[in-house]
Each structure stands twice: as structure tokens, then as C-alpha cells.
Write a protein that binds this ligand. Structure first.
Ligand code: GAL
Length: 468
């Protein structure tokens, strides 16, 4: 047993140049007030080495001139600029949350963004008055990261100023994440307008500010404003099989709540609400976690890990990390299930599996169930056709009732469900066409089955059973 990792609200990614996984997060040793941004590295995602504080917080203003770590880093900053570094990074009232780092291939710089908050002159007692996104850069993934500034970001376009729109909190940026798309364009994703909307904004080529200034930014080209009134936080974005997925939490502070995810074909386009991805989450609290990031273990093969924080509000530094495999069903729908003590091999068969063979809506007897099926599997960035045997798990079937039967596609170890109505072979129907009351069908093998009165109702009842 080692030392507890302090990297909350974090992000894990593979850094090619280092040949290692890097985990950035909030050090909460001192509780709510930031003890800086920490980094850990790993070769295998299991064993982690502390790389140090990549960005330290500051205890007093003098430190910026007297402590060599800071005086060297900010040697070209004037007094006013250093005052701003202190305001945004002092350990007595600055709030530094959800740090995320992206490497810029063009500039060779490591760029760290975070939720930069704390009091302002107008609201000296508020922890969340600044509502800004902070940015810092470094030549090394281990820092030291140099603080460039904290900014309010994009605002609601004039045409959308109706319904859920919040003038007083325009440009707010709180819970956030970053995304680099396949073409190298980077985006910041953040809760805005007092957490009532989510924005995705394009970053400039250096990844250090918006691509287009706020007053010139165009919706759909430079940014998109999403989910007005939905109150979503903690965005975690990833891309699989040409679709963007965004997992979010609701806004209930340190208390867990129900996750929801959205899907889009275009990152700055329409996002579709797909609901809660969790399966078997009885209390509807995302297995008592809040999303922070999705790890791309092998995105081409559909291997992703959901990273959640299990906050302990009365002892934040003792909060835990819950990682779960992401799984995709045959329609690309996302599923998160409550695995315990799972190994990375568990990710092997979570990719999207599609059926090439057609399944019937209803099978009228288990002997009809197919023994093999042809499937399409998204592996290593392409679709591959495969045959698979199906192992059906057949429960006891009630005659004439619709039952869901589960099968396992053995080649990929994935489950499918079909509907079976057990219609006994020697079933014969006798219908009293003139009956005013209920008629009866007689199943010679299993006894009688009661149906509603008259032939019309028998047709309806059978139609209902057969799902027509
Ligand atoms: C959560 C947010 C955390 C932190 C917390 C403070 O909603 O996701 O990052 O800001 O509120 O209460």
C-alpha cells in the first residue's frame, strides 16, 4: 500500500513523448483550499508515481519575489501581473478546481486549464464569484506551469436571448474540461451562466485563449451554447466511432447525482440528450460519483474508462476515485455498469457490436432461436464482420406469454435479448364468434387460455402478444 493519490477532479491521458500515462488533479491535502495541482505518472494505469506539484499555490505575496520557484517563473512579470498571479493562486481564498492539461504539438508547450474561482472585489465573501477559466503553460509535463491569466468566456448569442438566459452570469466558466479533436483543434467545455448552460468554445492555435474574441465569436463556428436550464456540470468528453459523447453531472455541490450524457456528430453542432448511461445504479447517483474525465485507453478499439470522483465533503482530501469501463451497445448507446475490482482486460469487449443478421421481433418457440449470428465489430478503428455462436439462456416459458430471452454472442462475449412467445405446437383455437362475454381458446397440450370476448378481441389479443 502506498500513499493516497491527491489528484481530484482530474484527468488521465497517455503522453506519447513521455511514454507514460499522466494524471493531473487537485491536491486536496489541506481540504477545500487548493494545495496546488499535482501530477502522477504510470506505465500501466495501476501503479502511480508522484511527479510533484506542477503548479504550486502561494501563501503570501512576498513569495513571488523571494521564493526562487516563483521569482524565476515570473521574472518577466511586472508588479501588477504578479498581483494577479497572487489573486488567482493564493492558498487562502483562490479556488482552483478540475485541472486539465493538453499538449500542443505545434508549440511544444504543455497547456493547463482549470476552473479558476474565488472572491472578487465586488463579492469578497464568495468562493465562486470569479467564475473564470484559468490557463498556464510549461515546457515540461511536470511543470512548473506559468500562469497566463483567468478569463470569462463566450456569451449567449443575441438570437438565443429568450427562455433560459442569464444576463448577469454571461461568460461564466466553472466546471470544465478540454478536448483535442482529430485535426488538432482544441476546445474548452465548461458550465456557464451560473451553471445553467454548457458551452464548448474553440481555442486558438496555441491553446492559450479562445480562437476568436468573445465580441466577434460566432455560434456554430467558434462556440456552441448547450442545454439551457439543464444545470449540468463536470463535463467529460470523448469521441468514438465518429461520434462525440459528453458525460455530465447535475449541480449538487459535493453530493452525487444522476449522470446524463449527450451525443453529437459535430462538436459545435446539435447535441442529443441520451439520458443516464448507468445500468443498475439503483439510487440514481452515478454509483455515488461525479464525472471528471474519460480515459482514452485505446479509442480506436472502443476502450474507455469513466473517471469519477467520490467526494467526501467533510474530508475532501480523503475523497476517492471510481473508474469504470465504458461499454457501447449495438446502437452505440453508452452503458456504465458497477464493476468492482475489475482489470483492464475487462475493456476488451466493450466496443460497439452490431448485428448483421436480422433478428425477428418475436420468436414463436425456442427452437427457432438462431444458433449462429453474423456480427460487425468496431475494432482497431474499422468494422470487421464475424460469425459467432450464440449461447441462449432459456428460462421457464409460460405458454402464450411474451418472455425476454438472453443470449451471449460467444465470440465477443456480449449479450443480446430477444422476445419469445411460447406457442405450443398443438395449440388449437376454438372461437365462439357470437359470444358476448369472454371466449376461451383451448391449448390441447397445456389446458385453456382465457382471452377477451368475441373474435375481434381474440385477434387483438393475439396481435398484442405477437407485438403487431
Ligand atoms: C461541484 C463541482 C466541484 C466543486 C463543488 C463545490 O458541483 O463539480 O468541482 O466546485 O461543486 O461545491
Amino acid at each position: 500500500m502506498g500513499v493516497t493519490i491527491q489528484a481530484h477532479g482530474g484527468q488521465v491521458q497517455w503522453l506519447e513523448k513521455e511514454g507514460k500515462w499522466y494524471w493531473y488533479g487537485e491536491d486536496k491535502t489541506k481540504g477545500y483550499r487548493s494545495n496546488g495541482i499535482s501530477a502522477y505518472s504510470s506505465k500501466d494505469l495501476y501503479n502511480w508515481t508522484f511527479e510533484g506539484y506542477v503548479m504550486r499555490t502561494i501563501s503570501n505575496r512576498e513569495q513571488l519575489d523571494s521564493d526562487p520557484y516563483f521569482s524565476e517563473l515570473y521574472k518577466d512579470y511586472n508588479k501588477k501581473e504578479k498581483d494577479n498571479v497572487y489573486l488567482c493562486f493564493n492558498d487562502s481564498n483562490a479556488v482552483i478546481e478540475r485541472p486539465k492539461m493538453i499538449y500542443n504539438k505545434k508549440t511544444g508547450k504543455y497547456v493547463l486549464w482549470f476552473h479558476a474561482d474565488g472572491p472578487t472585489v465586488e463579492s469578497p465573501n464568495s468562493n465562486y464569484a470569479a467564475a473564470a477559466a484559468g490557463v498556464a503553460i510549461s515546457d515540461s509535463p511536470n511543470g512548473p506551469f506559468k500562469f497566463l491569466g483567468r478569463y470569462r468566456l463566450n456569451v449567449c448569442p443575441a438570437a438565443d436571448k429568450k427562455g433560459e438566459w442569464y444576463e448577469s452570469s454571461a461568460g461564466f466558466a466553472r466546471d470544465m474540461n478540454l478536448w483535442i479533436d482529430d485535426d488538432g483543434t482544441a476546445y474548452i467545455i465548461y458550465s456557464s451562466e451560473e451553471n445553467r448552460t454548457m458551452f464548448i468554445s474553440k481555442l486558438n492555435d496555441e491553446y492559450t485563449y479562445l480562437a476568436t474574441d468573445v465580441d466577434k465569436a460566432v455560434k456554430g463556428k467558434d462556440f456552441v451554447r448547450l442545454f439551457p436550464g439543464a444545470q449540468r456540470e463536470a463535463p467529460a468528453l470523448f469521441k468514438y466511432n465518429k461520434k462525440y459523447y459528453m458525460i455530465t453531472s447535475s449541480a449538487t455541490g459535493w453530493d452525487p447525482n444522476q449522470a446524463k450524457y449527450w451525443v453529437a456528430d459535430d462538436i459545435l453542432g446539435e447535441w442529443t440528450d441520451m439520458g443516464d448511461p448507468c445500468i443498475g445504479d439503483t439510487d440514481k447517483k452515478t454509483f455515488y460519483t461525479q464525472s471528471t474525465n474519460v480515459i482514452n485507453v485505446d479509442k480506436e478499439s472502443g476502450k474507455f474508462i469513466y473517471m469519477g470522483d467520490r467526494w467526501k465533503s467533510n474530508n475532501l482530501g480523503d475523497s476517492r476515485y471510481i473508474w469504470l469501463p465504458l461499454e457501447f451497445d449495438s446502437k452505440g448507446k453508452l452503458l456504465i455498469k458497477p464493476y468492482t475490482n475489475w482489470k483492464l482486460e475487462e475493456l476488451n469487449n466493450k466496443y460497439s457490436v452490431q448485428l448483421n443478421s436480422e433478428l425477428k421481433d418475436i420468436y414463436t418457440g425456442v427452437e427457432e432461436l438462431p444458433k449462429t449470428l453474423n456480427i460487425k465489430v468496431y475494432e482497431d478503428g474499422k468494422w470487421i464482420n464475424k460469425d459467432t455462436t450464440v449461447k441462449w439462456n432459456i428460462p421457464e416459458l409460460t405458454p402464450m406469454a411474451k418472455t425476454t430471452v438472453t443470449g451471449v454472442l460467444e465470440v465477443v462475449d456480449r449479450q443480446i435479448n430477444v422476445n419469445v412467445i411460447n406457442i405450443p405446437k398443438n395449440l388449437q383455437y376454438y372461437v365462439d364468434c357470437g359470444a358476448k362475454k369472454d371466449s376461451t381458446t383451448y391449448d390441447l397440450a397445456n389446458g385453456k387460455v382465457q382471452l377477451k370476448n368475441g373474435i375481434r378481441h381474440i385477434q387483438m389479443a393475439l396481435g398484442d402478444i405477437l407485438g403487431k
